[in-house]
Design a protein around this ligand. Structure first.
Ligand code: SF4
Length: 484
């Protein structure tokens, strides 16, 4: 079989919720490498292949000129390696060496610290890899010595550097015409909520935002090349400031085509800037996810989500005046925030299911505390559990099994299950969140039809079966090299 001249092979995954969308981080890395003229083959759905199929992929895509095979850990959470045996990575390495003894096995992504000491791995790329991956590739090309582990602190990505970066997809990336794609407009967040484990939180206003011309060109390129008009914005917050919203409004509304998108947003900014609501609608908002997290005033204040119940209700009503039936409004709520009682959580659940609640979709998540860094930042509560009233009753890997005076981690799981089992819950929660719009659309819908699935859910549709079918089709394409 003809050898494919790949300089780099990247194995990445897709989020295992229903629907399908590409994971931005791998393409950000590939874009940097392709700028160095590297041929980069990206293979998605990594953990959906069988072990034998993974070895076949190595045989098909690694060649004498391949410098490294990279595996992203960002989506490899849940069970350890989601089913792959630890030692399987040593087998991957041997398969690589059969094709090319100089080719390295590299692990990167946001959870790399969870995967240290895996047999067969040569190099770990920790933190944001925009720059470090280029250093890695150039060192391997020139045969200079490489450190065993590259830390982000060695190659920090500055705000200026980020502003001119793009994600440039190519025709080798298996993109269907009109596919919803991820887009990174900004990184980080000006807020610093106590439960948040994103990095770059507490950044200065205006930092880490893409240059307007770069952003416009990326949108036009995707439209001309792939017919893309629908996006999943990866920003921590689309509406982090009035200035950012005004800037994006001026770019998006002047494009020669209309875009639609879903993104995370904060309610208190809509409360403070009333005209933000209609600006976001004019610039293409189709789905917004608000991290309301709690209706309990004390808990909200303690974790820096202090808008308070009355202003939350008022802001949601204000938004629904123009968003109703046009923008999917959703929010997550955390089970186990400091001082919040179980009865408060049940009351929130009742309100979410009542006619009074303008949210179209909601979800609950147990509070995530860790006892060690897994590559992502530790949140403030994990760093100071005593201060927030938590104590440890055990650990599971890096996860802290906590309890406070009102609730324990295990009780938070029970409450989550209880909510999930309530029939009424499935009415508003069957598709996860408004950020799922692009993923569902990629199963073969228009964006308007996708929105209807959130406003008037059809519970007879088997989303999981549709998702599985698409993933199987992709796997077969990789194995038969149809999408080279
Ligand atoms: S939870 Fe959201 S608003 Fe709070 S710091 Fe994290 S990204 Fe920012």
């Amino acid at each position: 079989m003809q050898e494919i001249p790949n300089d780099v092979v990247l194995l990445t995954d897709v989020n295992h919720n229903v629907g399908y969308a590409k994971y931005a981080g791998t393409w950000r890395i590939a874009t940097e490498l392709r700028r160095l003229n590297a041929n980069v083959k990206i293979i998605e759905c990594f953990t959906s292949f069988t072990e034998q199929q993974v070895l076949t992929l190595i045989d098909l895509y690694v060649c004498k000129q391949t410098k490294f095979v990279g595996i992203s850990t960002t989506l490899l959470h849940g069970e350890f390696f989601l089913g792959f045996r630890n030692n399987f990575f040593a087998e991957i390495k041997s398969a690589i060496h059969k094709k090319n003894p100089n080719c390295k096995l590299v692990l990167g992504g946001s959870r790399v610290n969870d995967f240290l000491n895996v047999p067969g791995v040569d190099i770990y790329v920790a933190g944001k890899a925009d720059i470090s991956v280029k250093q890695l590739y150039q060192s391997l090309c020139s045969n200079t010595s490489m450190p065993e582990r590259i830390l982000n602190t060695d190659y920090p990505v500055s705000s200026d550097y980020f502003s001119s970066t793009t994600i440039k997809f190519t025709h080798t990336d298996d993109i269907t015409w009109g596919e919803s794609l991820p887009l990174e407009i900004a990184r980080g967040c000006i807020f610093k909520c106590s439960f948040c484990q994103y990095d770059l939180i507490g950044k200065r206003k205006g930092d880490y935002i893409k240059d307007p011309e770069t952003l416009k060109n990326e949108l036009i390129y995707n439209w001309e090349t792939f017919g893309t008009t629908d996006y999943l914005f990866t920003d921590e917050l689309i509406n982090e400031s009035k200035e950012k919203v005004d800037l994006l409004h001026s770019i998006f509304t002047k494009l020669p085509f209309k875009i639609s998108w879903s993104a995370y947003a904060r309610l208190d900014l809509f409360y403070a800037y009333r005209d933000m609501r209609d600006k976001l609608l004019e610039m293409g908002a189709a789905g917004l996810v608000f991290g309301i997290e709690t209706l309990d005033e004390t808990a909200g204040k303690l974790v820096k989500k202090g808008l308070g119940k009355n202003r939350i209700f008022e802001t949601l009503d204000h938004l629904s005046e123009t968003y109703n039936g046009q923008v999917v409004m959703s929010s997550n709520f955390i089970i186990g925030l400091p001082t919040e009682t179980k009865s408060s959580l049940y009351q929130t659940f009742e309100w979410l299911n009542s006619e009074d609640c303008p949210l179209d979709v909601f979800s609950f998540t147990p509070l995530n505390l860790r006892n060690a860094d897994d590559g992502r930042q530790m949140n403030e509560i994990s760093l100071n559990p005593d201060k927030f009233g938590y104590s440890s009753v055990g650990t599971e890997g890096n996860k802290l099994i906590w309890e406070n005076e009102n609730i324990s981690y295990n009780e938070s799981l029970e409450i989550l299950n209880h909510f999930r089992n309530e029939n009424k819950f499935s009415k508003k929660a069957h598709l996860g969140s408004g950020n799922m719009l692009g993923r569902i659309k990629n199963l073969g819908f228009t964006i308007e039809d996708t929105k209807k699935q959130f406003f008037e859910p059809d519970n007879t549709v088997d989303w999981q079966a549709m998702t599985n079918k698409l993933i199987t089709k992709k796997i077969n394409k990789y194995i038969t090299r149809e999408n080279i």
